[in-house]
Design a protein around this ligand. Structure first.
Ligand code: HEC
Length: 271
C-alpha cells in the first residue's frame, strides 16, 4: 500500500519535473556557481579586513582580532586550555561526564550516537510531508538539539575554567582531614585558587611538577606559619628558584596561607 502511494507520488513528481521543472544544466549549476562566488568573496573580504586593520605587533587587535598573539611559552605550568567558542558545548559535556567513569560516553558515545541518528534519519522518516509544523517529532527534536547546544555553549563560555575551581571543592574535605581552623580554611581556599597545585600535590589532589614536594604534611616540618608565609612570599630567598614569588598576594593572605600550611600536618592529622 505504502509502495503504491510512493509510486504514485514518484509519478506525479516526474510529471511535475517535465512540466514545471528546470533542468540541472544550466539552471542549478548557474545558481551554485553564483552562490559559491558570493561565499568565497565574503571570506576573502573578511580576510582582507582582518589583515589590513590589524598591526604587526603581537596582540595589536584590528576589527577582527590580532594578526599575531603572544608567543607560546612551552615552560608554563599554569596554562588553562580553552577551545574556540563553537566547541564550548562539547567542552562542557566533558565537565558533565567525569573522568574516568563516563568520559568515553561524553566524548565518543554521544557524538557518535547523534551522527548515527543523523545518517539513519532519511531511512526512519520516509514520509513525504515537508511542512515543518506537520512534523512534530522532527520539530521537537530539532528544537531540543538547538536548545541543548545553546545551553551547553553558554555554560561552557561562562564556566570558571581553572584548575582552581575544582580544587576549591576539595577545601571542605581538607578542613575535615586536617582539622583546619577558620583561618586555615581561608588559607586553604587561597591555596586552591592560587595555582599552587599545578606543581604541588595536596592530599592526593593537584599534580606534582618541577620537583615540588607534596604539601599534605608540610606543617609537620616544624616551620611556623610566619616562616611558611615568608617562604611563599619569596621562595628565591630560600634558594628556591623554581617556585614563583607570591608576595603580591599581600601580607594578610600570605599569613592565611602560612597558617593553612602550618596546620597541614598530614593525612589523618585532624582530630
Ligand atoms: C612552578 C611550580 C610551583 C608553584 C606554582 C608553587 N610552588 Fe611551592 N615549591 C616548588 C618547588 C619546586 C619547591 C621545592 C624547592 C626546593 O625543594 O628547593 C617548592 C617548595 C615549596 C614549599 C617548601 C616546602 C618545604 O619542604 O619546605 C612550600 C611551603 C611551598 N612550595 C608552598 C607553595 C604555595 C603555598 C604555593 C602557591 C601559593 C606554591 N608553593 C606554588 C614549586 C612551586
Amino acid at each position: 500500500m505504502a509502495n503504491e502511494q510512493e509510486r504514485a507520488y514518484f509519478k506525479r513528481y516526474k510529471e511535475d519535473v517535465e512540466t514545471r521543472g528546470k533542468p540541472f544544466h544550466p539552471w542549478a549549476m548557474f545558481h551554485d556557481t553564483v552562490m559559491s562566488l558570493v561565499v568565497v568573496s565574503v571570506i576573502v573580504a573578511l580576510a582582507c579586513v582582518w589583515y589590513f586593520t590589524s598591526g604587526e605587533e603581537a596582540g595589536e587587535s584590528g576589527i577582527l582580532g590580532p594578526r599575531y598573539t603572544e608567543e607560546a611559552d612551552p615552560g608554563t605550568t599554569s596554562f588553562i586550555p580553552r577551545p574556540d567558542w563553537y566547541f564550548f558545548f562539547l567542552f562542557y559535556l566533558l565537565r558533565i561526564f567525569k573522568w574516568p567513569e563516563s568520559v568515553v560516553l561524553g566524548t565518543v558515545g554521544i557524538p557518535t550516537i547523534a551522527l548515527i541518528l543523523l545518517f539513519a534519519l532519511p531511512f526512519m522518516d520516509r514520509r513525504r510531508e515537508r511542512r515543518i509544523v506537520r512534523r512534530p517529532v522532527a520539530l521537537v527534536g530539532a528544537l531540543l538539539v538547538i536548545a541543548s547546544m545553546g545551553i551547553l555553549t553558554y555554560k561552557g563560555a561562562t564556566a570558571e575554567e581553572s584548575l582552581a575551581s575544582e580544587n576549591v571543592e576539595l577545601v571542605d574535605e581538607w578542613v575535615q582531614e586536617q582539622g583546619l581552623s577558620e583561618e586555615g580554611e581561608q588559607g586553604a581556599t587561597l591555596f586552591a585558587q592560587s595555582g599552587c597545585q599545578s606543581c604541588h600535590t595536596y592530599l592526593g589532589s593537584g599534580s606534582a611538577n618541577l620537583g615540588a614536594p607534596d604539601l599534605s604534611d608540610i606543617g609537620a616540618s616544624g616551620q611556623s606559619a610566619e616562616e611558611l608565609a615568608a617562604y611563599v612570599a619569596n621562595p628565591a630567598e630560600f634558594g628556591n628558584q623554581v617556585m614563583p614569588a607570591y608576595a603580591s598576594l599581600g601580607e594578610e593572605n600570605l599569613m592565611l596561607l602560612g597558617t593553612f600550611l602550618a596546620e597541614s600536618t598530614g593525612e589523618g592529622g585532624g582530630e
